[in-house]
Design a protein around this ligand. Structure first.
Ligand code: LLP
Length: 384
């Protein structure tokens, strides 16, 4: 049986010039609907982590669903506003906000800064004062939790560039609450990305409970638990939508929110990964000594994750009609030996001109694409 298990509109895709990102907007909508249903508890608010995918069509669709946006640069703030996210529902995170970005965010009257150091709080305070506008600030605390994910995307452990260490936190809280120009909004945490075992989130809830007990007299309007919910890269058909019920219930059942306290989430990957596919075309099927290579026309320039994180994405030949399969290494055209999407991939017998789909590429795919080797950034096409 051919291994193309999905319903791609193959004839229309074949007519397009490759490589390009193909987004299934019906799946995006279904994912947003399910996420909203599963998170419909009092005080729960979702912000979409724009860094996962800032394609304007995708952003517009997400903004229309009514959730907020989590941004990490002025460019993302502008993209979010252009897509229709209200400024009050935008949070601005990131370890290296520039003065220009801070000033612009204050002028836009965004909902909250997530500040990552006492030094940053000082600069936000100064700029807020110079503009005569109070800045809403939450503090990103490093909760020292091992999220057991790839070391490049584990962020909650002690002493890394992100967040404020627990031991340094009390002074920074003092700084905020005593400042005339800062409105202290609460605490922010983010423990990592592509998290599929819920245990680290349960531990996070327990740590937050302890922290809240240590500050009985401090007003903490908001707790922000970041993002990180993972997706199934191996079997996108079986799990096109992540288990949002399991995820949100962890917080509902383990986190002791105070009366009228708000709980914020910053989900990126879980909302957009499965709706995106990188479509490439086979330029050559190349015979080696012991291997066969399928060379496709988009590589690490189009989708960096496999080269950068050794990430696995399911690979399909969506046009071959062969009943027979063969084993191939699937590689891109870039002059780097890491430019390989998969080794020993079983595909139906593959020929020059076939379309190869790299699945689950809607998050950190197009957003991380580059023009390395002077290749164009892939275009985007949408199911309507
Ligand atoms: N909040 C903060 C503070 C973050 O740093 C991130 C992601 C998120 C939320 C959203 O995380 P998500 O829900 O998407 O896991 N390029 C890597 C992932 C980097 C994640 C960076 N921070 C990848 O392709 O796997």
């Amino acid at each position: 049986m051919p291994m193309n298990t999905t319903n791609f509109p193959i004839e229309s895709l074949r007519a397009e010039s490759t490589p390009f990102y193909y987004y299934d907007l019906h799946l995006l909508d279904a994912t947003l609907d399910k996420m909203k249903e599963s998170s419909s508890f009092p005080g729960f608010h979702i912000h979409y982590a724009v860094k996962a995918n800032s394609n304007p069509e995708i952003l517009k669709r997400i903004a229309a669903s009514g959730i907020g946006a989590d941004t990490v640069s002025l460019g993302e703030i502008r993209a979010a506003i252009a897509a229709g996210f209200p400024a009050a529902k935008i949070v601005f995170a990131g370890v290296g906000k520039t003065d220009e970005e801070i000033a612009a965010a204050i002028e836009y009257e965004i909902g909250c800064f997530n500040a990552e150091s006492d030094e940053e709080v000082g600069v936000i305070e100064e700029i807020a004062k110079s503009l005569g506008k109070k800045a809403p600030v939450a503090l990103r605390i490093n909760p020292e939790i091992d999220a057991h994910t790839h070391h490049y995307i584990t962020t909650g452990l002690a002493e890394n560039k992100f967040g404020i260490a627990m031991s340094l936190m009390p002074d920074v809280v003092e700084h905020c609450v005593n400042s005339e120009w800062i409105e202290f909004k609460g605490f922010h945490f983010h423990i990592g990305s592509q998290i599929t075992d819920m245990t680290p989130y349960r531990i996070l809830c327990e740590k937050i409970n302890i922290l809240q007990e240590e500050y009985p007299d401090l007003a903490i309007p908001t707790i922000n638990v970041g993002g990180g919910l993972g997706i199934d890269y191996d079997n996108p058909e079986d799990h096109p939508i992540p288990d949002f019920d399991e995820f949100f219930n962890i917080f509902k059942n383990n986190l002791h929110l105070r009366p009228s306290q708000q709980l914020h989430f910053e989900l990126g990957r879980a909302l957009v990964a499965q709706c995106g596919t990188l479509i490439t075309r086979v330029t050559f099927v190349k015979k080696g000594v012991n291997k066969q290579f399928v060379i496709v026309d988009g590589g690490m320039n189009a989708l960096l994750r496999p080269a950068l994180y050794q990430a696995h994405h399911k690979i399909e030949n969506i046009t071959s009609e062969s009943e027979k399969t063969e084993v191939y290494d699937v590689a891109g055209p870039i002059c780097e030996s890491s430019d390989v999407f998969g080794e020993n991939v079983q595909l139906p017998v593959t020929h020059r001109g076939d379309l190869i789909a790299i699945r689950s590429a809607g998050a950190y795919g197009e957003a991380m694409a580059s023009s390395y080797n002077s290749r164009p950034i892939p275009a985007s096409k949408f199911s309507r």
